[in-house]
Design a binder for this molecule. Structure first.
Ligand code: ZN
Ligand code: ZN
Length: 375
């Protein structure tokens, strides 16, 4: 974070007014509260606006370039004598580094932290999308004090050490005259007020740790490791400050029957050698219920059949992928005497398949094998 006005706007020190205006417009577009409601953006927007205001005013810019604070435009140099000087401004002029610090007390409210929560989902949730409940431990607003940090019926009192300014000044003599150093008030820690009777429920923090349950909408088509951002569902800030965000990281459990391949689902069926030769219809369990899978006579090992529209619904789209079914053909390993004789007669009826005449694997067979391994 920088408070250098030129760096804030991203322009060189000799930039023209026109260049400064252009740089400001560009920054303001992305930081404007209407576009970016976050607290950081608001803070940045304020700084950038202050930089713009100073650098587009020739007199103010000249003072700023000399090392003066942003609000010194009307001071007119050193000629006026020490009586009219504000110590804070002198200090700013000499160091250039404390601008913005002496502006007033520091609010107690702080933005709460972001949180990361793991959520395990099933492949079915990826196919259709789902709503899931998650429970997590987080900081929530204290119900007793509603974030004021004070015991009921009490309120903060003005700090007598710093008179409510949040900072204390120390004046020292130096070669240049009086120097003022400023530091946060040690009594009120810079807040400008003091809580004499802290709320006992939250020990004066304005928030308490609690378990919270939330329904998370999971869009169809999410990937393993996708993080869903839930704005303001993280920790409530100190003293009722704005909440952080909750990030829900999804991990998709392995499915016993299906694997995902892009928008498609892939599964395997095992059928006996005879069914492959004769053709058959088998029941296939899908995420859309049971379907009849028709296998033509002569279906080959590794062959893929496609069931249109039974795959994954892609993220932010509607047309679903396909379900691809890879066929495994099971060759019997133990044959009874009778079965062996039948198969031998079968082989004799098909002269091209006699023992010793099996062709070496052709392109086609290996091609299918490759596909099967890929699937
Ligand atoms: Zn409280
Ligand atoms: Zn104080």
């Amino acid at each position: 974070m920088t408070d250098d006005y030129y760096e804030l706007l991203g322009v060189s020190r000799d930039a023209s007014t026109e260049e400064i205006k252009k740089a400001y417009r560009k920054k303001a577009r992305s930081l404007h509260p209407d576009v970016n409601p976050s607290a950081e953006a608001a803070e940045e927007y304020k700084k950038v606006s202050a930089a713009y205001e100073t650098l587009t005013n020739p007199e103010k810019r000249r003072m700023y370039d000399m090392g003066g604070g942003p609000d010194m435009g009307g001071m007119g140099g050193f000629g006026g004598g020490a009586a009219g000087f504000d110590f804070g401004d002198i200090f700013d002029m000499f160091t250039g580094g404390m601008r913005g610090r002496a502006q007033g007390p520091v609010p107690r409210q702080r933005r709460g932290g972001d949180q990361l929560q793991q959520l395990r989902i099933e492949l079915r949730d990826v196919v259709f999308g789902a709503e899931k409940q998650i429970s997590y431990t987080t900081a929530v607003l204290c119900g007793t004090c509603q974030g004021s940090c004070c015991a009921p019926g009490t309120s903060p009192t003005r700090c007598t050490q710093c008179q409510g300014t949040g900072h204390v000044q120390r004046v020292t003599q130096s070669l240049l005259g009086q120097m003022v150093t400023m530091s946060p008030c040690p009594v009120c820690e810079g807040h400008g007020d003091v809580i004499d009777s802290p709320c006992t429920t939250c020990s004066g923090h304005g928030r308490v740790i609690e378990e919270r349950t939330l329904t998370v909408k999971i869009p169809a088509g999410v990937e393993n490791g996708t993080r869903i951002q839930l704005r303001s569902q993280g920790e409530v800030g100190e003293a009722g400050g704005p909440s952080g965000d909750l990030f829900v990281e999804l991990s998709v459990a392995d499915d016993p029957h299906f694997v995902r391949d892009g928008d498609d689902l892939v599964t395997r069926v095992r059928i006996p050698m005879t069914s492959a030769a004769l053709g058959t219809t088998i029941p296939l369990t899908t995420f859309d219920g049971e379907r009849d899978l028709e296998l033509e006579p002569g279906v080959q090992p590794g062959e893929q059949l496609t069931l249109k529209g039974l795959g994954v619904t892609p993220l932010r789209r509607e047309k679903r992928g396909d379900l691809r079914v890879i066929v495994d053909v099971v060759v019997p390993t133990k044959l009874s005497e009778e079965q062996r004789q039948i198969l031998e007669r079968f082989a004799e009826a098909r002269p091209e398949e006699k023992h010793g005449q099996v062709r070496q694997g052709s392109q086609g067979v290996f091609g299918r094998l490759r596909d099967a391994f890929r699937g």
